[in-house]
Design a protein around this ligand. Structure first.
Ligand code: CP
Length: 312
């Protein structure tokens, strides 16, 4: 595998999940694999879990790691071909990507959607810029459209906690005061489409995700109906895709509560706003898998790094 940009780069999901679960039992088994190899972690946006779990994963494989908060400490980048750079941007992606590649064997990039310009966000300028010009493998640590490390960790978590072969998983939209990107929801939808589960997506009208991502998955606008007999309830906010990047309304009654959750397991990628997205009683209960999800971020990243190191 050259790059890990979306969950579509996973060839056999069940094999990947199995391997990650094995790796979790003995995380230092491949500690010589990454010897004398360097991973660059480039952050255009904030992170806690992605940064620390990917760093930890690389250390488990014996890699050296360099972290750059490029959005805060780097030069403002330009992405246009033929650009006359007489405004804010000080460096072109062509130079930046090739320079970082000289210091690194693998580059991991986090660059969120702006939520201002759908066309520009969907062009994935930062991720694709590094892919085009760096010439070394690229890992997506959340881009405008995808968060594939999170989705792989979520698939591992569901496998660990599922009790039946055919389990019901619901992705439920939640209220949030600020407009949030679609990446987590998109990648979760995609990974569920690759899984042996009964998957239902629920959100208020107006919050439809990109139909090219949701395809023919079941969408139920009645949250209560969607949650019936659920085994896993993944809760996440996202802004409108059609009215791009807008918070249409708060719909506070979509918050996940203990009563609505019933006997299902609760999932969220974190960070989460307590008592807005989900009530304390859920997060503080033994139904909450959020810490297990965060823990599995390490093994998802470690598996991706291992596959890239083995094939490059
Ligand atoms: N879930 C997740 O990606 O967390 P961070 O934004 O803290 O990395």
């Amino acid at each position: 595998m050259k790059n890990y940009l979306t969950v579509k780069n996973i060839d056999h999901l069940s094999d990947w999940v199995k391997t990650a679960m094995e790796m979790k039992k003995d995380p230092l088994r491949f500690r010589d694999l990454g010897r004398n190899k360097t991973l660059a972690l480039l952050f255009f946006n904030s992170s806690l879990r992605t940064r620390m779990s990917t760093h930890k994963a690389a250390l488990n494989l014996g890699m050296d790691v360099m972290v750059m908060n490029i959005g805060k400490d780097g030069w403002i980048l330009d992405f246009e071909d033929g650009s006359i750079m007489d405004r804010n941007s000080a460096e072109h992606i062509k130079e930046a990507a090739q320079v970082v590649a000289q210091y690194s064997d693998i580059i991991a990039v986090r660059a969120f959607a702006s939520l201002q310009d759908k066309q520009s966000d969907e062009a994935e300028l930062v991720l694709n810029g590094f892919k085009k010009y760096a010439g070394v493998p690229i890992i997506n640590m959340e881009s405008s459209i995808h968060h594939p490390l999170q989705a792989l960790a979520d698939a591992i978590t569901i496998e660990e906690f599922r009790k039946t072969k055919k389990t019901k998983v619901v992705l439920s939209w939640a209220p949030h005061p600020r407009p949030l990107p679609h990446a987590v929801a998109n990648s979760f939808v995609e990974v569920m489409q690759m899984s042996e589960v009964d998957f239902v997506l629920t959100h208020p009208p107006g919050y439809e995700l990109n139909p090219q991502i949701t395809g023919n998955c079941t969408i139920e606008y009645d949250q209560q109906k969607a949650l019936e007999n659920a085994d896993f309830v993944y809760v996440k906010n996202w802004s409108s895709y059609k009215d791009y990047g807008k918070v249409l309304h708060q719909d506070r009654d979509w918050m996940m509560t203990e009563n609505k959750l019933g006997s299902a397991n609760f999932m969220h990628c974190l960070p989460v706003r307590r008592n807005v997205v989900v009530e304390d009683a859920v997060l503080d209960s033994d139904k909450s898998l959020v810490h297990a999800q965060a823990n599995n971020r390490t093994y998802a990243a470690q598996l991706v790094l291992k596959k890239i190191l083995e094939s490059n």
